[in-house]
Design a protein around this ligand. Structure first.
Ligand code: SF4
Length: 109
């Protein structure tokens, strides 16, 4: 298997739900790059699709993530016709770490 080093811009991760936020993403909120209306709280026990999972499962801990768009979990910052992230330079840290080729942290996104 060939290891991928760059994003193919397939949009798969962006279409399956925006990322969960992590500690470093607080800087995006403080800088006004993300606002509260961009976020949704997933409560303990609610169903969520975890990376590489085939179906949603109940989450064990509460977390924040980016909102979906128009009743879907497609990330609200994903420009589907352009196959591009509209906040690429300010995207949450998880987007830059996600490796769609495996379960370890990678360089895609
Ligand atoms: S913030 Fe950008 S890279 Fe991250 S899921 Fe949304 S569109 Fe994709």
């Amino acid at each position: 298997m060939v290891e991928k080093k760059t994003c193919d811009r397939c949009g798969s991760c962006c279409l399956q739900g925006g990322p969960a936020l992590h500690g470093p993403d607080i800087s995006l909120l403080k800088a006004g790059k993300l606002a509260r209306h961009h976020l949704v709280t997933i409560r303990k026990g609610e169903l969520a699709l975890q990376p590489f999972a085939e179906k949603p499962t109940p989450v064990t801990d509460e977390f924040l993530k980016l909102q979906g768009r128009r009743g879907s979990w497609r990330c609200l910052f994903y420009d589907e016709p352009a196959r591009a992230c509209t906040i690429y330079e300010q995207r949450p840290v998880a987007c830059g770490l996600f490796d769609c080729t495996g379960t370890d942290a990678g360089t895609n996104g």
